[in-house]
Design a protein around this ligand. Sequence first.
Ligand SMILES: [Zn+2]
Length: 224
Amino acid sequence: MLMRQEDKDILRKYLPESAVDMVAHAIVSNKIAFKITKARRTKLGDFRAGPRGTQTRISINHNLNPYNFLLTFVHELAHHYVWQHYGRKVLPHGDEWKRFYKELMQPYLDAGIFPDEIRETIAASVIRGHATDGADVALVRGLRTFDENKGITDEVELTKLLDGSYFKIANGRVFQKLHVQRKRYKCVCLSSKRLYLFSPIAGVKPLLDDEINNLMNHINLKKK
Ligand SMILES: [Zn+2]
C-alpha cells in the first residue's frame, strides 16, 4: 500500500527529504493515524493506542526541526511496536522499547540522513537507547545547537546566559538568572519575586535590549 502523493508532500515539509519515503511506508504499513499538531510545551510527540484492533494514533509537534521530527516519529513508532507485541505488560521506555527504537532507527542512521554536526550524538543516543524526551542532555543540546545555527529557534540554553541576565520562558514570565546552585540555576521571577531552580539546559529567550529598557523603566516607576 502506498501513501497518497499529497500526504507525502505534507510530510516533505517536516522531514529530511531522504527520510520521507521510509516514514510514509512506516505510517501506511502500520496503519497509523498520523497527525501534525500545534506546539505542545510538555511533549514533542504523542502515541495513543486504542483497544486492540483499532488504529494507533501518533501526533508530532509542527515546530520541530526535520531531524528532531524524525527522531520523535521513530520514538512514537517504537511505542506502537511495544504495544503490538506486549500491550501494557512492559514499561513505556523499558528494554523492549529500547530494542524497537534501535531497530527502527538503524535504517535512518544507515541512510546517512543526519548532518555531520549531530550524527554522532544521535547515533550515541540510539545505542544507549535513550528516549528523546529530554533525558539525554547531549541529544537535547545537539538538536538545539542545530536549531540555533539554522535560525529555527530564538531560544538558547540557560547555561549560556551570563549571571544577571534577563530571560523569558514559553509562558511569557520574565526571570533574572542569579547564580548556579548544585548544578542548577537559581533564578528569580520578576513578577512574583519567587525563586526557582532551572535546569542548565532549559530553553529560554533572552530579553531584547528594548524589552530590558521597558523593564527597567517599569521598575524605576515603581520605586518612585
Ligand atoms: Zn515515549
